[in-house]
Design a protein around this ligand. Structure first.
Ligand code: NAG
Ligand code: NAG
Ligand code: NAG
Ligand code: NAG
Ligand code: NAG
Ligand code: NAG
Ligand code: NAG
Ligand code: NAG
Ligand code: NAG
Ligand code: NAG
Ligand code: NAG
Length: 856
């Protein structure tokens, strides 16, 4: 290898020497070949190994073989330019040695009488001061020395370059102030002195000197003082003063051709409103305006919306007076709007959605309140609304766009979002302090609970809705007719509590275990919301009359949240009312919001919330009445044997046989029915766990939470109430009911309820369904301490299934299926939560043991 390289360089140097020796030592060809030789770079040529220097790549000659142009960008030259080489090319007009590793210039580089018009030494490593003989380049039009390590000041000789059109000294280490002499370069069109250490103030008369100046970039220096008087710069289109120490703003002087104005990161102070409407109207070409990170005060100038070409506006990080966002008008052409830390208050005006081209929107660090309005998300790539006081939900359209956006930040607001599938890292950095909040079913179709029946169901619902609307209308019309006849026929049928009883509160009610107060002044002024029937204006007075003033005779049960009553609303709506006695933890507004959301969670195997009433501190949840009671009644409360439905409905229940579907003991005591109850409850739980985002944990799965509706389907009740009741009950709630509590709760103090808690509860219910025994206190064996789960799991482990199966159902189906179901219950009640299957899996497992339907 080494010898190869050596041989190669030997050949090159021989070749170069040979080439050089062909030329007399005072010709251009000699100077150029000597340059290549001394820089140790082999020339290349289109004509192969031609010896003619003028045919080398990058070299152009005139008719007399004089080199006029040498363009050798990126040829790999390194080190200083040697004396008596290219410095001697007297006819050279264009020299481009950019992108090499040149470290210094030769002394003969800029000799008097130089014909050089364009010099490009950018992207090299030249050190030391700029040559003071620069002034010898009398014909120079383009001087690019950018991206080197030139030090010291800009020599005043630069002023002799009266033909100079482009001056680029950007990205060097130049210091001191810009020399006054530069005003002599009157032909300049572009000046780039950015990224140096230039200081002091700009020479006076800067503006008038450069009539043709189009680009001025002085960014990233230490230039201070008043903003240059740029009033004479009639041709300026690009102005960048960003990153200096300039203080006094003089904006009124700009006019039409100006397209880009970057004044960011200075110390400009004073009122931004000094910009007058008249001057704004002469900024019709302005595309880009950045005044961010200054100390500007006052209110935004009027007429912003008239900047009809403006695409980029950044006024972030200033000291503006607080101003109402909705008073601002923005030009519709905007693509980038940055008003971060601009002291904005009030709400984001909805008309922001008219900014159809918006790509980046930064409104962070203000005092903006209210909701996020709909935005035009078509072109949106970035949004930052962090550190404000925004509330409510992130609009759906925006949520859907986020995954394809480059960046977004909603942190430090009071926002809620729902169903977004981001990594925990993203949620923790872009939604700090936001709440994931959506018990609304996100993907009910994905649960496979009703499978192909789903479409029909939807259709049916739509039809039902249409019909009910029709009947409602018809009802209203006939009501109107009735009223006209002055015979209010329907009110006659109503119980007369309304008239007879006092409808002024507060109202006190008592049950065996609690006393509750509805602190309302006038019962008729407290509305009852029935979701599906918004036009029926029920009030608390209707609940009073429906329950005979919450008479104990209408008490259905005393649940852990409070008493449950039953009654009929006008129109024959049969309801159950759950009084959330512990419900004063959250504000009325929050409770209403939560209840509205709960009302949207619908599944054929759930007892959905029908409506609610906020009566003082009491939140009353209203449900459809479940005619056939719950599984607890069905399995355990019903005495063995052959009683009919009426007997097992507790005798405190109002007798109303008309609406009650009777369950014959026979129908109930079949494997098929028990299986149907189990799979219905499993589907309901699978829906809460996997069909809702975030998942809803029921926390209290037990036989008495599973109701049987009029179609003999099982329906899970009592979900989602813990959020309304608040945290005080949290501990109690997650502890579950005796016999249904998973082992992790007895071991650890602060265990939180998870979906696997529900799975355990379901496992217990499944054992109950198959064994017909209660979770605790039943007769399992001799040992009194033992629970259903212990007993059953032990027998499953020992394969003694037949001892477990309820004798009443044993003959009604294949024992194999019942055994399999016992194994499922065994899995559900595993000691370790991770070992329990998901409700999704359980639905699948239960389907596999589904008894075949026998068609009658
Ligand atoms: C060029 O060659 C002449 C004689 O051949 C010699 O006197 C002179 O010093 C040489 N010049 C250079 C720059 O080599
Ligand atoms: C400059 O030199 C460095 C090493 O010092 C090398 O990596 C780089 O490629 C050289 N650049 C050019 C343009 O020759
Ligand atoms: C100098 O050369 C660089 C790199 O080749 C190029 O980008 C730049 O435009 C040139 N400067 C001028 C003033 O033409
Ligand atoms: C000046 O040179 C720098 C670095 O080469 C380049 O980025 C910049 O665009 C040039 N300025 C102008 C005005 O051409
Ligand atoms: C400005 O540009 C115009 C047209 O390009 C030219 O005629 C005029 O001489 C230039 N002025 C200066 C001072 O170079
Ligand atoms: C102004 O200069 C700064 C620093 O060089 C740069 O970051 C910025 O992009 C420039 N502004 C415009 C509008 O080009
Ligand atoms: C916001 O505006 C108010 C009143 O206009 C002012 O007192 C306050 O200093 C401003 N805040 C900031 C950060 O500039
Ligand atoms: C808005 O402007 C500020 C100040 O210049 C800057 O820090 C921030 O990154 C900008 N935001 C966006 C989204 O560009
Ligand atoms: C939001 O509002 C609260 C209460 O009014 C206030 O303390 C807080 O400073 C506000 N936050 C912002 C970013 O304006
Ligand atoms: C969010 O709202 C609550 C009250 O609703 C308020 O106490 C809190 O300061 C707000 N948070 C922020 C960051 O503004
Ligand atoms: C969002 O803004 C907050 C507050 O400025 C910041 O702490 C957080 O890092 C930002 N997140 C991202 C992803 O930029």
């Amino acid at each position: 290898m080494g010898t190869g390289v050596f041989a190669f360089s030997l050949i090159i140097s021989l070749l170069l020497r040979c080439l050089a020796s062909q030329h007399p030592n005072n010709t251009d060809a000699f100077f150029v070949s000597d340059f290549f030789r001394k820089m140790k770079v082999a020339p290349s040529s289109a004509e192969g190994s031609s010896s003619r220097v003028c045919s080398w790549r990058g070299v152009s000659c005139d008719g007399q073989e004089r080199v006029v142009s040498l363009v050798a960008s990126g040829f790999g030259f390194s080190g200083p330019i040697p004396e008596s080489t290219i410095g001697k090319l007297s006819e050279l007009r264009v020299l481009d040695l950019s992108h090499n590793n040149i470290t210094g210039l030769s002394l003969d580089f800029a000799e008097p009488g130089s014909s050089l018009r364009s010099l490009n030494l950018s992207w090299n490593k030249i050190t030391g001061p700029l040559p003071s003989n620069l002034g010898n380049f009398k014909l120079m039009e383009s001087l690019d020395l950018s991206h080197n390590w030139f030090t010291r000041e800009i020599p005043s000789q630069v002023g002799s370059l009266s033909s100079l059109v482009v001056l680029n000294l950007s990205r060097n280490l130049l210091e001191a102030s810009i020399p006054v002499a530069i005003l002599g370069c009157t032909s300049l069109v572009a000046i780039d002195l950015s990224h140096n250490r230039l200081s002091g103030s700009l020479p006076g008369g800067f503006g008038v000197a450069f009539k043709n100046l189009s680009t001025l970039d002085l960014s990233e220096n230490e230039i201070s003082g008043k903003m240059p008087d740029l009033s004479g710069l009639d041709s300026i289109t690009y102005l960048n003063l960003s990153g200096n120490l300039l203080q006094e703003l003089a904006l009124g002087v700009f006019r039409d051709p100006l397209q880009v104005m970057d004044l960011s990161r200075n110390q400009f102070h004073g009122l931004i409103s000094q910009v007058h409407h008249s001057s704004v109207s002469s900024w019709s070409s302005l595309v880009y305006l950045d005044m961010s990170m200054n100390e500007l005060t006052g209110y935004f100038f009027p007429g912003l919306e008239d900047l009809s070409s403006l695409r980029h506006l950044n006024l972030a990080f200033n000291k503006f007076s607080s101003q109402e966002f909705h008073l601002l008008e923005m030009p519709s052409s905007l693509e980038y709007l940055n008003l971060s830390k601009a002291n904005l208050t009030g709400q984001i005006p909805p008309r922001i959605s008219r900014l159809l081209n918006m790509k980046v929107l930064d409104l962070s660090r203000n005092h903006i309140t209210g909701n996020i309005p709909e935005l035009s998300t078509k072109n949106l790539q970035g949004i930052d609304l962090s550190v404000n006081n925004l509330t409510g939900e992130i609009p759906k359209s925006l949520q859907q766009k986020l995954p394809v956006m480059e960046n977004f930040n909603f942190s430090y607001n009071n926002l809620t979002y729902c169903g977004m599938k981001f990594s925990p890292e993203t949620l923790e950095s872009s939604f700090i302090g936001s709440q994931s909040d959506c018990p609304i079913a996100v993907n009910p179709d994905g649960i496979g609970s009703v499978d192909n029946k789903h479409k029909d169901l939807k259709l049916g619902l739509a039809l039902a809705l249409a019909l009910s609307l029709f009947f409602l209308l018809a009802g209203l019309i006939s009501l109107a007719l009735a009223l006209r006849k002055r015979t209010p026929s329907w009110t006659v049928k109503q119980p007369s509590y309304r008239e007879e009883q006092n409808i002024s509160g507060p109202f006190y009610f008592q049950t065996d275990s609690t006393t509750w107060v509805a602190d309302v002044k006038l019962a008729t002024s407290v509305p009852v919301v029935i979701f599906e029937k918004p036009l029926l204006n029920f009030t608390f007075a209707d609940l009073l009359s429906a329950t005979s003033h919450f008479d104990r005779g209408t008490l259905l049960a005393e649940g852990r949240y409070g008493p449950v009553y039953r009654g009929f609303l006008p129109g024959g709506i049969h309801i159950a009312m759950k009084v959330l006695v512990h419900g004063s933890m959250v504000t009325d507004q929050e409770a209403a919001k939560e209840l509205e959301r709960l009302g949207q969670i619908k599944h054929p195997n759930l007892v959905s919330l029908t409506g609610y009433c906020l009566a003082g501190d009491q939140r009353i949840a209203i449900y459809d009445y479940m005619e056939n009671g719950n599984l607890q009644n069905l399995l355990h409360d019903l005495p063995l044997g052959l009683q009919s439905t009426e007997d097992w409905t507790s005798d405190t229940w109002e007798q109303d046989n008309a609406g009650i579907q009777s369950i014959t003991t026979e129908g109930m005591t079949t494997w098929r029915f028990r299986h149907k109850i189990a799979i219905g409850a499993a589907r309901a739980l699978a829906f809460l766990h996997h069909g809702c985002f975030p998942p809803i944990v029921h926390r209290d799965v037990k036989a008495s939470s599973i109701y049987i509706d009029s179609a003999m389907e099982s329906r899970l009740a009592d979900f989602g109430l813990s959020r309304i009741v608040g945290n005080s009950m949290e501990g109690d709630m997650s502890r579950g009911s005796p016999g249904y509590t998973p082992p992790e709760f007895s071991e650890l103090e602060n265990t939180l309820a998870t979906t696997k808690t529900d799975v355990y509860g379901f496992g217990v219910v499944l054992f109950e369904l198959i064994t017909g025994k209660k979770p605790i206190g039943d007769e399992y064996s001799e040992d009194k301490e033992i629970t259903l789960v212990h007993w059953a799991r032990d027998l499953v482990r020992r394969n003694e299934y037949s001892r477990l199966i309820d004798p009443k159902i044993r003959e009604t189906g294949p024992e194999k299926q019942m055994e399999e179901a016992l194994r499922i219950a065994y899995l559900c009640t595993a000691d370790l939560p991770p070992k329990r299957p998901s409700m999704h899996q359980i639905v699948g497992l239960l389907k596999d043991v589904e008894p075949v339907t026998i068609m009658h």
